[in-house]
Ligand binder design. Structure first.
Ligand code: KG4
Ligand code: ZN
Length: 350
């Protein structure tokens, strides 16, 4: 059984967590920078790095305190190596490296998306351990930076089957929110307002690729929303009240339809009985509901982490590191750990 402390700093959340045996989350503090980036309508990379530097040590201390553990109780330190904003990643990486060196602990690099895919296995003390998906399964990773489908044969054998050809789904939510001056991050705001709207008010189509690929594309949808805003009312007027709710509900329905269509098709062609939904956009109630009922028509089970582990967190990183941590338990810090670098753009299957 390995006790792993992980650090995550790939975007705008500074997070640390202690996880036992890859699934039991003993502590999981997250310092979010949402309030800092809000006024810019998106994450400003340099501000993200600067704020990670401020928050990271207090967050690590909080993780140890909340778990009521000391450094001597840990078997390894895990850290997100990429993909993500390089300056942001380097802060977490350097702190993790220094702590591992100082405490003679192995340092385990983790792929951010391997973390998202693992989040479905996590639980807190006193909560039932989730049943988890069977292998192989299909996983949809859908966040502000990624929209991709994976065939997962084991935690260490994952094949990427499709990707977005332009924007990520979360990015489309964030951009549509910005077009209407609604704030950042757009996903939760749009979900809330869309509840009052008619998803059939606007006809936004789902793109189909001639080559049959199950890739995603959200830039056409984003442009269609912009066109609807421009056509609306007089001069610079933007949709408000019920008109805005209808536009948002129609946008969200089209985004969800595309995500569900690709995922169901992929799951059926791979003949799996389980599908995992992960990443920030997996918080979306309409997506969870539509996906789970579409999959149930084919007797496929959907597994999604609770919203707190859909968005960026370090528990998913500690959990995903468990396999490597067990292999290295008791072996201490290694010379190679000291030279570890971040990788900004990194496919999960490479
Ligand atoms: O996984 P995450 O925290 O960070 C990345 O790795 O990107 O995902 C953040 C993204 C943002 O684009 C945000 O708008 C979106 O997830 N998001 C949502 C919801 N909650 C967060 N999108 C749709 N509906 C939501 N409820
Ligand atoms: Zn993420």
């Amino acid at each position: 059984m390995a006790c792993v402390l992980a650090i995550e700093s790939s975007c705008d959340e500074t997070a640390a967590s202690i996880v036992l045996d890859g699934h039991l989350v003993l502590s999981d503090p997250v310092a979010t920078q949402i309030d800092i980036h809000k006024k810019y309508g998106g994450v400003v990379p340099e501000l993200a790095s600067r704020n990670h530097v401020v928050d990271i040590i207090p967050v690590v201390e909080e993780a140890l305190e909340k778990a009521a553990l000391t450094w001597a109780d840990l078997d390894a330190i895990a850290v997100t190596r990429g993909p993500g904003l390089v300056g942001a990643l380097l802060v977490g990486l350097q702190v993790a490296k220094s702590l591992a060196y100082a405490h003679n602990l192995p340092l385990i690099p983790v792929h951010h998306l391997a973390g998202h895919l693992h989040a479905v296995f996590l639980h807190n003390p006193g909560e039932m351990r989730p049943k988890g998906p069977k292998y192989p399964h299909i996983a949809l990773a859908v966040s502000g930076g990624h929209t991709a489908l994976y065939e997962v044969h084991s935690p260490s054998h994952v094949i990427q089957r499709s990707n977005t050809r332009d924007d990520a789904a979360g990015e489309a939510f964030d951009k549509v929110s910005r077009m209407l001056g609604l704030g950042y991050p757009g996903g939760p705001i749009i979900e809330r307002l869309a509840r009052q709207g008619d998803p059939k008010a606007y006809r936004f189509s789902v793109p189909i690729f001639k080559d049959g690929a199950l890739d995603f594309s959200f830039s056409g949808l984003k442009t269609a929303v912009l066109t609807a805003i421009k056509k609306y009312g007089q001069s610079d007027e933007i949709p408000r009240g019920q008109d805005q709710f209808d536009l948002l509900a129609s946008f969200q329905a089209a985004a969800v339809k595309q995500l569900v269509h690709r995922t169901v098709k992929m799951a059926r062609s791979a003949q799996v009985s389980d599908v995992v939904l992960s990443g920030g956009v997996a918080c979306n109630g309409a997506l969870r509901q539509t996906m789970s009922s579409a999959l149930s028509e084919y007797d496929i089970d959907m597994h999604a982490p609770p919203p707190r582990w859909c968005t960026d967190n370090a528990a998913m990183i500690a959990g995903a590191a468990n396999h490597d941590a067990k292999r290295r338990t008791g072996k201490g810090h290694h010379a190679d750990d000291r030279r570890l670098n971040a990788i900004g753009a990194w496919r999960l299957d490479q």
